[in-house]
Write a protein that binds this ligand. Sequence first.
Ligand code: SF4
Length: 273
Amino acid sequence: MFETIHELLPAVVNARPPRGLSFREQVRVNDGARGMAKKAVRKSSTAAKKAVSGPRKRSAKAQRERVLAIIDRLKAKFPVAECALTHRNEYELLAATILSAQCTDERVNMVTPELFAQYPTAQDLARASQEDVETIIRSTGFFRAKAENLRGMARCVVEKHGGRIPETLDELIQLPGVGRKTANVLLGTWHRIPSGVVVDTHVKRISRLLGLTTSESPEAIEQDLIKLLPKEEWIDFSHRLIHHGRQTCIARRPKCTDCVLIDLCDRVGLPSL
Ligand code: SF4
């Protein structure tokens, strides 16, 4: 008769107490009924808002199909999967990616025009003073370490690679300030070599929300995604997830009801809608 606790509450609260009771007893019955009904409503609301604790259990086949559906939806929404860091060549992309650590791409794009105007090549940057580079990149945060890394990277490129940015993961990760993520960005975005999956803060957060991984570290998440995604999607999946994280699946306020992935997403850690 009553489908939900919210339908039941008015009926309980407005119900007449049994006949033959004294006024005092009637008041006690009414108060008790109201108290119980309100408590039940509180309990049911809390249960409804309880966070989803982990990914739903699925067969390997169902998980594969879900991942392909997620890829298709993201492709339809973001047909062009581009790196958000402004660059004209591999040297600029590498330098911009080093600067993007703990910093937004928008902020990096504000400082790189001046950086590349002053130091258009790795040779120029290798000769730059620490102080001058720091002044230009100060607003990107961690500017001392980043300036050291940029100059160290440029020196290494000039001294060990004749001024050319290396094209293998092993050589790239030997450069100062270049880790696996930065190397994957360069190889994937510039050379279209799927050396791995770039896991930045958006990719980490949304992959966990979607229930594609339960891992914490970017390295472990990358390995989980490598197993799930077709290799030809490794590069663009990251770019699309980053765009999705900026537009819809925004940190701390994801717009789930506007999201193209709503029926495919486990929304791990979020309260049920
Ligand atoms: S449904 Fe919500 S949590 Fe899942 S991807 Fe979309 S916005 Fe993010």
